[in-house]
Design a protein around this ligand. Structure first.
Ligand code: SP5
Ligand code: ZN
Length: 334
């Protein structure tokens, strides 16, 4: 299988994130990508497919904000990474604010996702990696792996959060649609709900979103991913949320994935995008599922057996010493 990754993705390295009332080391480190690349025997640099596929998913004002915010933050005299500290409450009237502080609150939803001077480049090349994998699959490969980092599934059309800035799975799905795939399914098996991906396709009937994740009653991102969220408008019934409790092991996870695969089979996609997070692993430092390294091969075989061409986009996974082996185990199953 071809793997795609650009060294430019390593430049993004925020110092800290707000966690449990204090600042801790940023969990989404460049070493994550280095460990994965080592374990899978390296990766090809993607070619530059440009902005069109990114602009097909994200709004122009949001993209301009992402590119310019770090310089504006620095120009306002701030020494650290750009981080939000004020947000509009839900239902507040939309205000067009110029001040960088207010705009960060407008375009983000948490305080654990800083912007640095290298963030745009890294996110841009993370998107290029998923586009390269998507084109490999559209050109006939059965599956391709994009070592996306920073990850993507928490980013919406006009917002960032959860260590995510550009939604790589959504960019892949939309690029496949624009290249002629009639229906695309996204299966998200990161520990966290992919709120950004769900929001982007919420009212779309041509892209099915299925997610298996920690119950948002107990886990981040809290405000999305509940079982009664099923889509709206043309997308009614095209979102499927399967929340699971802390302590989940392979058997219940695999049963939930079977439910998702059955729903996707009924949808009959031309192509599957797999949002893969290894933060479901038993030793993950920020998560509470109990999958073993070997379990990822089992889950991958179940997905591969469905026969859809598959673009795999890396999402979370924070146990550095196990991350490479866990990704390797997943790719073995394809
Ligand atoms: C892509 C993805 O897996 N994003 C997850 C974002 C979760 N952020 C909220 C949890 C905060 C935990 N912070 C741990 C800091 C350790 N130094
Ligand atoms: Zn996650």
């Amino acid at each position: 299988m071809r793997n795609f990754f650009s060294l430019a993705q390593l430049g993004h390295a925020p110092a800290r994130e707000l966690h449990n009332g204090g600042f801790t080391a940023y969990a989404e480190t460049p070493s994550r990508a280095r460990r994965i690349a080592e374990a899978i025997g390296g990766a090809e640099a993607p070619r530059d497919h440009g902005m069109a596929a990114i602009a097909a998913v994200h709004t122009p004002d949001y993209l301009a904000f992402l590119r310019e915010a770090p310089a504006r933050w620095a120009a306002a005299g701030r020494p650290g990474d750009a981080m939000g500290y004020v947000w509009p409450i839900v239902g507040r009237r939309a205000l067009k604010l110029d001040r960088i502080d207010g705009q960060i609150g407008r375009y983000s939803f948490d305080a654990s996702t800083p912007l640095t001077a290298q963030t745009w480049d890294a996110a841009y090349w993370s998107a290029q990696s998923v586009l390269a994998a998507t084109h490999a699959v559209l050109d006939g490969d059965r599956a391709a792996f994009a070592l996306c980092r920073p990850p993507g599934h928490h980013a919406g059309a006009d917002y960032y959060g959860g260590y995510c800035y550009l939604n790589t799975a959504a960019i892949a799905a939309q690029a496949a649609r624009d290249a002629g795939a009639r229906r695309v399914a996204i299966l998200d098996i990161d520990y966290h709900h992919g709120n950004g991906t769900q929001d982007i396709f919420w009212e779309r009937g041509d892209v099915f979103y299925a997610s298996i994740h920690a119950d948002p009653a107990t886990d981040y991102p809290f405000y999305w991913g509940h079982a009664d969220e099923t889509g709206d408008g043309d997308g009614r019934g095209a979102s499927l949320n399967l929340p699971l409790p802390h302590g989940t092991t392979l058997d219940p996870f695999r049963r939930a994935q079977g439910v998702a695969l059955d729903a996707i089979t009924r949808f009959a996609p031309d192509l599957l995008v797999l949002s893969f997070g290894a933060d479901t692993w038993e030793g993950d430092p920020i998560s509470h599922f109990k999958l073993t390294s070997a379990d990822y091969t089992v889950l991958a075989r179940d997905i591969a057996a469905c026969g859809w061409p598959c673009v795999i986009a890396m999402e979370g996974g924070y146990a550095l010493d196990a991350l490479g082996a866990n990704v390797g185990s997943l790719l073995t199953g394809f």
